[in-house]
Design a protein around this ligand. Structure first.
Ligand code: ZN
Length: 277
């Protein structure tokens, strides 16, 4: 199957953290003027704001709220911390509902003081503890597998197979998966596991960026699409072969891009989106 290049910005979504220097008001104005149609809001961008006001601002700017980032971080060797995480996820679900976000992205968490399998058990327990609240709020929960370099503290779910296995274990239609190319591009099982997501109807979101060589910072050196070795168009093809036709979300943490003029960066994102995704 040949993949058709994207020719307009009707499916372009940007994460607020991608243009980190811009507060939500500035991001809404600039994204809207650039023709961007979707936004994923990180929770820090809601601090000190009335969420209803932000919801109206984004709607008035013609921006669909694609998701709220992020919940999760369920595991801990400390039971009190596990309960605090559950409480925080309940709040995040309420924030997503107030914002009109249909999806809360879960960075599931890990604790280096305990085995990964213990963390996975606690992730399952944490999601079970909040899923009925998510259902009542009309918010889906998306498990985002993270690259194994983050398995110590950020996520014990590091492959799409593990995310699919977790969904099967939970067996709840309120829970699905988020495919982020930065975390998953290297996996020889990626296409097969995307097909598994499609069969189960659980593919909820698609995040893009690129993998730079050499990567100079484990967290904040993501590349702009086309700058690295990720076969972006091929992976988009696999996702769309499963019926996914939602937003393509640009999520780039980059010290170098945050340091540049953000309007110029936004123009680069638009060009890269058309040329490389
Ligand atoms: Zn992501």
């Amino acid at each position: 199957m040949s993949i058709v290049p994207l020719t307009d910005f009707s499916r372009l979504c940007i994460h607020t953290i991608t243009t980190k220097p811009w507060p939500i008001e500035e991001a809404a104005k600039r994204y809207s003027a650039a023709g961007v149609r979707g936004v994923t809001v990180w929770r820090q961008w809601l601090e000190g704001r009335n969420i209803g006001d932000v919801r109206r601002l984004l709607a008035d700017s013609g921006l669909a709220v694609v998701s709220l980032c992020r919940g999760g971080f369920f595991p801990s060797a400390d039971p009190a911390a596990r309960q605090a995480a559950i409480d925080d996820n309940l709040r995040a679900i309420d924030e997503a509902a107030a914002l009109g976000a249909p999806l809360l992205v879960l960075v599931c968490g890990a604790d280096p003081r305990q085995p990964l399998e213990t963390s996975r058990q606690q992730i399952a327990e944490g999601i079970r503890a909040v899923v009925d609240h998510a259902r009542a709020a009309g918010v889906k929960l998306g498990i985002e597998p993270l690259h194994p370099m983050y398995a110590d503290t950020r996520s014990a779910i590091n492959t799409l197979r593990q995310a699919n296995d977790m969904c099967d274990r939970l067996s709840d239609p309120q829970v699905g998966v988020v495919v982020d190319v930065y975390h998953l591009w290297w996996d020889p099982e990626l296409e097969a596991q995307i097909q598994r997501c499609g069969r189960a109807g659980r593919l909820l979101a698609f995040h893009v960026s690129d993998w730079r060589t050499p990567t100079e910072d484990l967290l904040n050196d993501r590349g702009l699409m086309g700058e690295g070795c990720i076969p972006l168009r091929q992976i988009r093809g696999w996702v769309e072969a499963q019926g996914f036709n939602g937003f393509v979300e640009v999520e780039i943490f980059s010290n170098r891009y945050w340091a540049m003029d953000q309007q110029e960066f936004l123009e680069k994102i638009k060009r890269a989106y058309l040329e490389h995704v």
